[in-house]
Design a protein around this ligand. Structure first.
Ligand code: GYE
Length: 306
């Protein structure tokens, strides 16, 4: 296919590819590892990276993408902070002939021609894995099981999907009740703050389901400060698999972590080279991940890469 106005020149003449990358922010350990992976992989691949940090604000990401369009980068990659509201700016990139790769988080749009591919995890599956661990852990016990949920950033794909997957699995079993559910914005500070509020407003909490490790780690502090034992008095389920969470598992404070892999850099650069060269790529590239219950944590900890 004929190269678009912005994408053809450099790549076609064998020059260096320039990628504009609009990152969500620096809200979590996962995000820090993701950023490092992207920066290192760009260097290794000989791709010039223009990196922008949106501080968890969609308006900042839209601004960054518009700047990348003006700069005529060869390819734009971004991790959309929320799912909706991208059509206009993505259309601008398309009209400028600049291919877009979604990485980590998906967008909610009817027009899938607005991006070339989506590289990232299946967050619904992660939520389901969390729910499946819970139903297995309580297989022979009586209810009710009171659950509090710390959601990720409101409107983000991982928050929407991890909530939905989990709810779907526990729905059929009347023992499980989500008694409170609120956003902790994927950060430790907010996770702690919201957990403190839950501990005040809810008499009986059996389980905490946190949409990421940082919120779980913040919440653990709140649980300990309230005189309760995380992992024992209140079971803790988390998602991501950062080292600090594995350490907390070996200390008995988290019961299970559903892995979500942030090390997407190398795959992203491969996809970027292909789309800039006009080669076809799969519409969806999924990352591989596992589930780590507490008794597997000590053995896995030394080989954790993030
Ligand atoms: O789980 C969380 C981060 O989008 C998968 O964003 C990512 C999520 C991750 O802030 O820690």
């Amino acid at each position: 296919p004929a190269p678009g106005p912005a994408s053809g020149a450099k790549a076609g003449s064998g020059g260096r590819i320039t990628m504009g990358f609009a990152q969500v922010g620096a809200e979590s350990g996962w995000r820090t590892a993701n950023t490092k992976s992207v920066q290192e992989a760009a260097k290794k691949a000989g791709i010039e990276l223009k990196f922008s940090d949106a501080q968890q604000k969609q308006e900042n990401q839209i601004k960054a993408i518009r700047t990348f369009i003006q700069q005529k980068v060869d390819v734009i990659a971004f991790s959309p902070v929320v799912e909706s509201g991208w059509d206009t700016v993505l259309k601008e990139a398309k009209d400028a002939g600049i291919p877009v790769i979604l990485t980590d988080r998906a967008v909610d749009t009817k027009d899938t021609s607005l991006y070339k591919t989506f590289l990232g995890s299946d967050f619904v599956k992660e939520g389901r894995s969390a729910g499946e661990w819970l139903t297995a852990a309580y297989a022979n016990q009586q209810g009710p099981v009171n659950i509090v949920e710390l959601q990720g950033t409101t409107g983000s794909a991982p928050a929407n999907d991890r909530k939905a997957g989990f709810a779907d699995v526990i729905r059929g079993d009347g023992r499980f009740r989500i008694v409170a559910s609120q956003s902790g914005e994927f950060t430790r500070a907010k996770g702690k703050e919201v957990m403190q509020a839950f501990l005040k407003s809810q008499k009986d909490i059996d389980v905490l389901y946190a949409h990421n490790d940082d919120m779980a780690l913040g919440a653990i502090q709140a649980i300990e400060e309230s005189g309760r034992k995380p992992g024992t008095d209140i079971k803790v389920i988390s998602v991501d698999g950062i080292k600090d969470a594995f350490v907390a598992m070996t200390e008995g404070k988290i019961n299970v972590v559903v892995e979500c892999n942030p090390l997407l850099g190398d795959q992203l650069m491969d996809l970027a080279k292909k789309v800039v060269a006009g080669e076809s790529v799969p519409a969806r590239v999924e990352t591989q991940e596992g589930v780590f219950p507490q008794d597997k944590a000590a053995a896995a900890l030394p080989s954790r890469k993030y």
